[in-house]
Design a binder for this molecule. Structure first.
Ligand SMILES: [Zn+2]
Length: 172
């Protein structure tokens, strides 16, 4: 049995920190310690408090440090898959079984990010995205041409293509 009353302790403390204008560092360390202490006592409704303070990045980070994130929960248009990545994540959706799918309309947000595009058996390419252009496939479905910074490299991205935002290995 979990313990739901943790919110009655966490929420007023977090609210007071905000009202008093605590720095991000202070909010983060106080909230993180409090979340840990409450979870040690079986607090299991943390996501409600996270939802209440989802607009405060320092508090969201305190939850993240304790392994608690707001999930994207986007559903695959055909399959019974639900995304478990963090809300507002970049790149493909991914469920708890590792199924991935890509929301083509969100690819614009990848411009200037370093990404890895995995096309299964075909090929894999990576680099900093410089441009994303919509195209129509011969079957009438839409796709995107993703252009990369180096050597005019580009590739097609379909809904089933996995796109992952990663660190640039060259550290640029
Ligand atoms: Zn998602």
């Amino acid at each position: 049995m979990g313990w739901a009353s943790g919110n009655e302790i966490f929420d007023p403390v977090a609210e007071t920190l905000i009202i008093e204008g605590a720095s991000d560092a202070l909010k983060k360390s106080v909230c993180s310690a409090l979340i840990k202490a409450l979870r040690d006592r079986d607090w299991d409704t943390e996501d409600e408090s996270l939802g209440m303070f989802e607009h405060d990045e320092a508090i969201v980070e305190a939850f993240r440090q304790n392994g608690i994130i707001l999930e994207c929960h986007e559903e695959h248009p055909e399959n019974p898959w639900q995304c478990e990545e963090e809300r507002n994540h970049c790149g493909s959706h991914r469920d708890d079984l590792g199924n991935t799918w890509t929301d083509l309309g969100s690819l614009d947000r990848l411009i200037s990010k370093f990404v890895q595009i995995d096309k299964g058996s075909e090929c894999e390419f990576q680099g900093v995205v410089t441009n994303v252009q919509p195209v129509e496939q011969s079957n009438g479905k839409s796709a995107r041409i993703v252009e990369m910074e180096h050597d005019g490299q580009w590739g097609f991205v379909y809904q089933q293509t996995a796109v992952k935002v990663t660190e640039n290995p060259e550290g640029e």
